[in-house]
Design a protein around this ligand. Structure first.
Ligand SMILES: Cc1ncc(C[n+]2csc(CCOP(=O)(O)OP(=O)(O)O)c2C)c(N)n1
Length: 599
């Protein structure tokens, strides 16, 4: 945009569309905007600067990649339940937001993205940096509109805020730089935000039908997703009354797994324990607040009932014999008095016992007698971290094998949070999610541990964000599971019968890099040093990083492994051998022998 000469900033104080936007965001409770400045965004950034002159407005957070801005906003919204905001300048600047916005939208958190745009007079002329943010963000948002005039601005801004809460999801406001700079005189007025969430009360007939189906079944298994948040007491009361084992998805884990005497673990690719058996052995499967996507882990020969607030989730993953549209807690409160208690506990007791055995066998095996194993077993690191982290720690978890270690070795307690890209599955989320979590904690005056469990592939993808952590002196502990490979994909290739290809990286001393950035860091190769290194890092007041050199051959075996997958695994090992990797195959077998399920 050409330079405008002769307009003193104080002349425009609280009068531009950008000022209006910032004022409305302040009113909606926004504390930070994560982003990178750029010419078309300058009016907004300048309005942010002026809003914060007395410290009561919004803080601008300068990240190194706009994708990180969107992830950070997503994590802040996840922790606070409040609106969080990210911003990118026109064209490539806001285009970089897209992956993080997909993540936020799929995680149903209220995020508003400000996408500044090329000068309005140039739109449609293939102008320098021209994209169409209002079109391109449609698929990853619940609301995406362009502000074209000062008159239109206040209502569209309000609408974007309300849509983000309503989704909950992502709203995108596209604003040409010149429009952001227009004079605006409309006053801001809005109801208090966020609005109190509704409770979805189920239909009484549907609840009665569900009670009848439960009473008609001898063996009921509950499978709980993130929708059981706030319904823990009701789910446990139902499990007790109808003697039902309770399995969970990864997103359900933090709300239902802890102190749960009916727990049988998790299903899915990362699963463990007796959950899969309990689902397959039931004669009624009760899905509560879950849109668990992996249909191959949901039995198609078991009668299935589903409770969800969103009717669009019903039956889209598996067979559906009975549906209740309703909040899980509200539904179970109505259901509980209607179901009979007289039922054998044999099924429940059997599955709980099998689960305990699996936990002390396959899952536990990796954390025992590994103090001497070199390279360091990642499971051992995750287990140590679980023991050392605070009771209210926030863990952010990179997509890849860290998901497996977090799912199996972190112990939730209702106060800890575990945040990941669990629906979108994007790499490189852990560090930027931690940035958003750290800003949320700082704003709330919380001194909770913020721990990023990062893969070396993930960290290197958004490595520049270490600079953001340092620049704001964020008390984040980055625990790097440094296996010098894209471990999760390596495993997928093995299971598909392919030799690993394109996965390995050179050994990099990430501790040296982070030290260079000014973050106190340690590189750990000796398993005996893991505990002290983690303790030291967690006790460091500002940022810290522990680069743990871990075993690249650590594998996770899904709870059900098909004959085809076993064949694939064997074929891959053969190919590793034929490819000259006999030593590789032997060490892989040695690394994983304890983890391979026996018939
Ligand atoms: C942005 C993005 N690119 C690629 C992938 C595919 N992918 C999933 S996990 C993974 C490997 C992650 O490697 P790393 O961070 O080193 O963790 P590890 O699995 O080795 O623990 C890849 C390439 C993805 N999910 N997201």
């Amino acid at each position: 945009m050409p330079l405008k000469i002769g307009r003193a900033p104080q002349d425009k104080r609280n009068r531009t569309v950008a000022d209006l936007l910032v004022a409305q965001l302040v009113e909606a409770g926004v504390r930070h905007i994560y982003g990178i400045v750029g010419d078309s965004l300058n009016p907004v950034v300048d309005a942010v600067r002026r809003s914060n002159a007395n410290g009561t407005g919004i803080e601008w957070v300068h990240v190194r990649h706009e994708e990180a801005a969107a992830f950070a906003a997503a994590a802040e919204a996840e922790i606070t339940g409040q609106l969080a905001v990210c911003a990118g300048s026109c064209g490539p600047g806001n285009l970089h937001l897209i992956n993080g916005l997909y993540d936020a939208n799929r995680n149903n958190v209220p995020v508003l993205a400000i996408a500044s745009h090329i000068p309005s007079a140039q739109i449609g002329t293939e102008f320098f940096q021209e994209t169409h943010p209002d079109r391109l963000f449609v698929e990853c948002s619940v609301y995406s509109e362009m502000i074209s005039s000062a008159k239109q601005a206040p209502r569209v801004i309000n609408s974007a805020i309300h849509h983000a809460f309503a989704g909950p999801g992502v709203s995108v406001l596209t604003i040409p730089g010149d429009v952001a700079d227009l004079d605006a005189d409309a006053a801001v007025s809005d109801v208090a935000l966020p609005p109190s969430p509704p409770r979805v009360i189920p239909n009484a007939d549907a609840v009665r039908e569900l009670a009848e189906a439960i009473d008609a079944a001898e063996k009921v298994t509950i499978f709980a997703g993130a929708g059981v948040r706030g319904a823990r007491d009701e789910v446990l009361a139902l499990a007790e009354k109808i003697a039902a084992p309770v399995g969970h998805s990864l997103r359900g884990k933090e709300w239902i797994q802890y102190d749960n005497p009916y727990d049988v673990g998790m299903s899915g690719l990362l699963g463990y324990g007796a959950c899969q058996d309990a689902m397959e052995g039931a004669d009624l499967l009760l899905l509560l607040g879950t849109d668990f996507p992996y249909d191959q882990f949901l039995p198609d020969d078991v009668r299935t009932a589903q409770v969800d607030t969103d009717p669009a989730h019903l039956g889209r993953r598996t067979r559906l014999d009975l549906a209740v549209v309703g909040d899980v807690a509200e539904t179970l409160r109505l259901l509980l008095p209607q179901v009979q208690e007289s039922r054998s506990r044999k099924f429940l007791d059997g599955k709980v016992k099998a689960h305990r055995k699996a936990m002390t066998g396959v899952v536990g095996a990796y954390t025992k007698n590994v103090e001497k194993a070199v390279p360091i077993h990642p499971e051992f690191v995750a287990d140590q971290l679980d023991q050392l982290a605070g009771d209210d720690a926030v863990f952010t978890v990179d997509t890849g094998m860290c998901n497996v270690w977090a799912a199996r070795y972190l112990t939730p307690n209702g106060r800890r949070r575990v945040i990941g890209s669990f629906k979108h599955g994007s790499m490189a989320n852990a560090v930027p999610h931690a940035i958003g979590a750290a800003f949320a904690a700082r704003a709330a005056g919380d001194e909770r541990d913020i721990i990023a469990m990062a893969g070396d592939g993930g960290l290197s993808m958004l490595l520049g964000e270490l600079i953001t952590i340092k620049a704001y002196d964020l008390p984040i502990t980055v625990v790097l599971f440094d296996n010098a490979t894209l471990g999760m994909v390596r495993l997928e290739m093995l299971v598909d019968g392919l030799p690993s290809f394109g996965t390995d990286s050179p050994e990099i001393d990430y501790a040296a890099i982070a030290n260079g950035v000014g973050i106190p860091s340690q590189r750990v190769t000796d398993p005996k040093a893991v505990k002290s290194a983690l303790s030291k890092a967690l006790a460091t007041p500002g940022p810290s990083l522990v680069d743990v050199v871990t075993d690249p051959r650590a594998l996770s075996i899904p709870p059900t492994i098909s004959a085809g997958q076993v064949r694939g695994f064997a074929a891959a090992l053969t190919k590793e051998v034929l490819g000259g990797g006999m030593g590789e195959a032997v060490s892989m077998a040695r690394s994983n022998l304890r983890n391979v399920p026996r018939p």
